[in-house]
Design a protein around this ligand. Structure first.
Ligand code: FAD
Length: 315
């Protein structure tokens, strides 16, 4: 018979959601994980920066994680959660196939969606391969190669161009649609040998299905092995459920994100969030850690509820 009541419903089965589910399973809580199979790093062939998992295919991490969660009794449902409603002390979770379950607590670990600006969407086919967002994820893979930077604000352009010098001595900053960089910034870039190229970026130059450069509006071609667009992206948290339940948000440098305490608790009692859905800067190991911490927070809250119920019964 299909189970339809759980201690915890985890929405999103990436690093954050799976690690939370593992902690909760080992804490002997009943857990169900909903996932629709689109992790943020799906385009990447391998992961960097995760101790003991370095170089692993991200899909393999998820597959191992799911097996570990199942070992401790965790259930999985495939599909998109379309709504979570607060009903008394419980939450009702509805999936796009029409199925519903109830849970005492809910963890949202749905990640975020990276969006290229409309004029750069033509670069999308190289996303995660040669069109990259984060030097810590990809910098080592393209070290010592000719790199480009495209951003949408002066601050983000400066941040990424100067940082990338750690990985390559050949960094070009395409000014694209960014305004005046200013004399001070131009001096900083010159001091670090970052070349500023004027003109709008229009398309990737492609040879043998690989990006080999960038074409500008006037037809100029600048050869590049990879282009970093982290400063041009919009990172949209997949937080529709958190918003619908009224979780408090705050403006950050990267946009508006729901705020959480140190154990993933949102402003809505019983509703937790972890991973990129609340912090776009987290790499996989950090998202897993945040999920584990949320697991602690949720188990503590359940422990307190269990005590309250036991005391009420005794009295
Ligand atoms: C191209 C690229 C390369 C990267 N490379 C690295 C790297 O080398 N090393 C590194 O440490 N980090 C890397 N990252 C960052 C990494 O992707 C994130 O740190 C990590 O995915 C965050 O984990 P998460 O669990 O918060 O979110 P995700 O991994 O995105 O997981 C969220 C899950 O929720 C599911 N979901 C979303 N909405 C719903 C819904 N409504 N119902 C059901 N399921 C839902 C999604 O399908 C997804 O499986 C990379 C990112 C990108 C974009």
């Amino acid at each position: 018979m299909t189970q339809n009541f759980y201690d915890v419903a985890v929405i999103g089965g990436g690093a954050a959601g799976l690690n939370a589910a593992l902690i909760l399973g080992q804490a002997r809580r009943s857990v169900v994980v909903f996932d629709n199979g689109v992790p943020r790093n799906a385009a990447a062939a391998h992961m960097n920066g995760f101790l003991s998992r370095d170089g692993m295919d991200p899909a393999e991490l998820v597959s191992i994680g799911r097996a570990e969660v199942k070992k401790f009794g965790g259930d999985f449902r495939s599909g998109t959660v379309v709504s979570v409603d607060s009903v008394g002390r419980r939450f009702a979770v509805e999936c796009d196939d029409g199925s519903r379950i109830d849970a005492r607590k809910v963890l949202i670990a749905t990640g975020l969606t990276d969006r290229l600006p409309a004029e750069l969407e033509v670069f999308g086919e190289f996303w995660g391969k040669q069109v990259l967002h984060c030097p810590y994820c990809h910098g080592y893979d393209v070290r010592d190669q000719p790199l480009g930077v495209v951003a949408k604000t002066v601050d983000r352009a400066m941040h990424q161009a100067l940082m990338l010098r750690q990985w390559s001595s050949d960094v070009v900053l395409f000014r694209h649609r960014v305004g005046d960089l200013g004399a001070e910034n131009l001096e900083k870039l010159a001091a670090r040998d970052v070349v500023v190229v004027e003109g709008e970026v229009t398309a990737p130059v492609v040879e043998n299905a690989r990006l080999t450069g960038v074409q500008l509006a006037d037809g100029t071609v600048v050869s590049r092995a990879a282009v970093f667009v982290g400063g041009a992206l919009t990172m949209d948290p997949n937080d529709a459920v958190l918003r619908s339940l009224g979780a408090v948000r705050a403006e950050t440098m990267m946009g508006e994100f729901v705020t959480v305490d140190g154990f993933g608790g949102t402003s809505v009692p019983g509703l937790y969030a972890a991973g990129n859905v609340v912090d776009p800067s987290l790499q996989v190991v950090m998202a897993a850690g945040a999920g584990a911490k949320a697991g602690f927070g949720i188990n503590m809250a359940l422990t307190n509820d269990d005590l309250e119920d036991a005391l009420a019964q005794r009295r």
